[in-house]
Ligand binder design. Structure first.
Ligand code: C5P
Length: 397
């Protein structure tokens, strides 16, 4: 419930603005008060009269309105709420926020505020994927702004992909989680992610193609539910998630040491693609070509971090989750892996090249638990992450 919560709702100019009317109703149904602010462009999509009538409050639209300024200055307006919600947030408003512009009422309020800000972006898929928007997203996340959505799906412009505004009830759930502190508040989740690099000599190493995308998405979803996340990551190619305790490592041995140092934890999620072998006695000098023939590399087995933690007798997290990337007999292999490793859950996926999952943005997984096999439909890695985070929160509750 959102009783007595004061929400300043900024509506910017996108087709998704029509959903803001429903959003206002849903927030008010739960007891929140909603003070609306509209940009000039938003008025092209919904009428100020409908917004103000549904909110049951005065609508603010202009930075230089003498009456508004006399009643409540914009600085005061930006600080009198418990949460500022921007829904929909256009690519343009995101850009202006990231730059710290103050060229209309909405951007000025967002710059002047010391209140938490939650943003529900909505834009064309190309605009969302554009490097500039992704840069702005990283900047804003770094500033502590919380994002809800966008979702994948059909768009009003006829294209398909990420960019649809989250549904009003999803936004309401995120607002409620914000005020409730989230179901994982006070919980510590330990994660591994990315590949490991095993040195051959000071300049060469053995690696694998893991991007760390699914691990980063899970970390974000856990943080969004209020968890404290220790994120032990090998050299991944995706940006590191915000809001985690990041422990960068290179090798499997360093990864295990970092994991052991981070215990105790309530749950552990091991997504890393850990190298099975390392080069024994890696040279501390660069290996040279030689007339005496090719170098011979001797391998040693790396520690199995998932198995080690699953078998701990003290400090074992109450839920240990492993991943199984398979190309054949996905479910049978994953069920056997769960027993072999001693973990509680295995998230299994088919990484045969024809699935496009390895290195792609989608995943199709089976969750293997004590209760059997649950097959999830193919969805974005972000949606897999959110669904897994919710399951994990339920299991720890
Ligand atoms: O044995 P396999 O590599 O297929 O197992 C995959 C699962 O085990 C993943 O959860 C991975 O993070 C974990 N693992 C590990 N340490 C290793 C090898 C795998 O934690 N040395």
């Amino acid at each position: 419930m959102l009783a007595n919560k004061r929400i300043l709702l900024i509506i910017s100019g996108g087709i998704a603005a029509y959903k803001s009317l429903d959003l206002i109703r849903r927030l008010k149904e739960r007891g929140a008060s909603v003070t609306p602010v509209m940009t000039k462009a938003a008025e092209q999509f919904v009428t100020p009269l409908s917004v103000s009538a549904l909110a049951g409050d005065k609508l603010y639209r202009d930075l230089f309105d003498l009456t508004d300024e006399a009643e409540m200055g914009h600085i005061q307006l930006s600080r009198s709420a418990d949460l500022i919600l921007v829904a929909p947030c256009t690519a343009d408003l995101m850009a202006r926020m990231a730059q710290g512009r103050a060229d209309d009422l909405a951007s000025t309020l967002l710059l002047a505020t010391d209140t938490p800000v939650m943003v529900a972006p909505a834009m064309n898929v190309r605009m969302w994927d554009h490097a500039a928007t992704q840069r702005n997203l990283e900047t804003l996340r770094g500033d502590g702004i919380v994002f809800v959505g966008p979702n994948d799906g059909d768009m009003a412009c006829g294209e398909f992909g990420p960019g649809r505004m989250a549904e009003p009830l999803e936004i309401v759930a995120a607002v409620e989680a914000h005020f409730a502190g989230g179901p994982l508040q006070g919980r510590h989740v330990l994660m591994t992610s990315g590949p490991t690099h095993e040195p051959i000599d000071p300049v060469r190493y053995i690696a694998n193609r893991s991007s760390g995308a699914q691990g980063a998405a899970i970390a974000k979803a856990l943080v969004a539910l209020g968890a404290k996340v220790t994120f032990v990551s090998g050299p991944a190619s995706v940006p590191m998630p915000q809001g985690v305790q990041l422990v960068p490592v290179q090798t499997a041995q360093e990864m295990l040491a970092a994991v052991e140092a981070a215990l105790p934890a309530d749950a552990a999620v091991f997504t890393a693609a850990v190298a099975d072998w390392r080069v024994e006695g890696a040279s501390d000098r660069k290996l040279k070509k030689s007339k005496d023939g090719l170098p011979t590399l001797a391998f040693a087995e790396n520690p199995d971090i998932l198995k080690t933690v699953s078998h701990l007798t003290s400090d074992r997290p109450s839920l240990v989750v492993g991943f199984a990337a398979e190309t054949d007999d996905v479910i049978d292999n994953a069920v056997a892996k769960r027993t072999r490793k001693g973990c509680d859950w295995i998230v299994a996926n088919d990484v045969s090249p024809e699935t496009g999952i390895m290195g792609g943005s989608e995943n199709a997984v089976h969750l293997i638990t004590d209760d059997g096999v649950d097959t999830w439909p193919r969805m974005s890695k972000d949606d897999v992450a959110r669904q897994l985070a919710v399951k994990l929160a339920e299991a720890l509750a």
